[in-house]
Design a protein around this ligand. Structure first.
Ligand code: ATP
Ligand code: MG
Length: 380
């Protein structure tokens, strides 16, 4: 008998002309996620198989977190011998409670029983060993699958995967990453669709501390695991913020600051081959995320701006942050550049002409050039 993982991928999304390319990427991603060259990963019968691993549970968990994976079933392979199959099936079901059903698929027609006969016979053997179980052919709590191919393969568990598309199959984007709860979740949502991400972070030392910077790098490390490392561009933002604070109307300072963020992100994205920007904004969450404020910032770039959280409530976002394990880091109480120099009454419906008039008091181009020149890039 040998241990095996049966790995299913999102069939619908992996169809079409790109299918062979997507599948190759997916197999490579599974190998990378396991990081052990002695583990075997291969494609057959419209699935991915994994064998020769050390720890079945840990391997299954790792594979389930690869983008593009629909589900993973821990499985056992044995000889095509009725006795061996049934005793393995009974053994796999010995601690299971509730209702069950046996399902068989027989591609080897030489096997002496047909699928229905085998299901009925194996079901009986399972009940002998575990009489507390009951059969339910309509809505069983556990499905025991038996497949007869070159060998017999049995599984009775399915671990749901993260879904999405294989990493790197949908281009490249730049994520505006703050230290908050929202932006790491936004990045994750887009990465899950196969988009490679780099991150950009605006820091305003000494108003923002080294610990705040480390927190952002840690968030990049957590979500960067999905693409095996992430580039983070850290932009020095102090001079720009000071200038806005000194020269512009207090109530418009936040929207002006965000316009600078967009402009600089646009430039850094293009320098690095990123085709879109991503932010963690959600309508109405704070003063600068109203429809009016968003239209004042959007025109600073001609790249598409992805805001995957735009229609989500904060609680929905927190729920995802917990699942992807960024929440605990995000709530560490270090300051963000948005929280220093916050105006007391930010304008919720800024008018573009007024914003542009205020902004003209600044030497925007020179400040943007300087910030881009002094940007530091770190690989986490
Ligand atoms: P988050 O929880 O992501 O910090 P937020 O609710 O605090 O979001 P804002 O502070 O208005 O909202 O920021 C909106 C978006 O702007 C963030 O989701 C992020 O994409 C971007 N952003 C904010 N601050 C920074 C920063 N210092 N560096 C990079 N991007 C930032
Ligand atoms: Mg924030």
């Amino acid at each position: 008998m040998r241990e095996l993982l049966l790995v299913r991928f999102g069939e619908v999304h992996l169809k079409g002309q790109n299918r062979p390319y997507f599948l190759r990427m997916l197999v490579e991603d599974v190998k990378k996620a396991l990081g052990d060259p002695s583990v075997r990963v291969w494609l057959a019968d419209g699935r991915i198989y994994v064998s020769d691993f050390k720890d079945m549970e840990e391997t299954a968990t790792r594979v389930s977190k690869v983008f593009g994976i629909y589900s993973v079933s821990p499985a056992y392979e044995t000889e095509k011998d009725l006795e061996q199959i049934c005793s393995l099936a009974a053994d796999m079901m010995k601690d299971v409670k509730g209702t069950f059903k046996v399902l068989c698929r027989r591609s080897d027609k030489h096997f002496p029983m047909n699928s229905q006969e085998l299901a009925a016979y194996a079901g009986g053997r399972i009940l002998e060993k575990n009489p507390a179980l009951t059969v339910d052919v309509h809505k069983p709590e556990t499905e025991m699958w038996i497949e007869i191919r070159e060998k017999a393969c049995l599984c009775n568990r399915e671990i749901m995967g993260v879904g999405g598309l294989p990493m790197g199959t949908s281009g490249k984007a730049l994520l505006l990453l703050s230290g908050g709860i929202d932006s790491p979740v936004a990045g994750y949502q887009i990465m899950r669709r196969g988009v490679n991400c780099q991150a950009i972070h605006f820091a305003s030392p000494p108003y923002t501390s080294a610990r705040a910077r480390e927190k952002v790098l840690e968030l990049a490390r957590i979500i960067g695991k999905y693409e095996y490392g992430m580039k983070v561009h850290i932009v020095p933002f102090t001079d720009i913020q000071m200038a806005i604070h000194e020269k512009c109307l207090d109530e418009l300072s936040t929207v002006i600051m965000r316009r600078f963020m967009m402009k600089i992100s646009d430039r850094i994205a293009k320098q690095n081959g990123c085709q879109a920007l991503i932010t963690g904004e959600s309508i109405g969450q704070v003063a600068n995320q109203t429809v009016e404020a968003l239209s004042c910032t959007d025109i600073m770039t001609d790249l598409p701006v992805f805001r995957p959280l735009i229609g989500l409530d904060k609680l929905d976002i927190i729920h995802i942050a917990e699942k992807i394990e960024t929440y605990e880091t995000s709530i560490l109480p270090y300051e963000d550049c948005c929280t220093v120099f916050t105006p007391r009454h930010p304008m919720t419906k800024p008018k573009l002409d007024k914003v542009e008039k205020e902004e003209s008091k600044l030497d925007a181009d020179a400040m943007i050039e300087a910030a881009i020149r002094d940007t530091e890039t770190i690989l986490v």
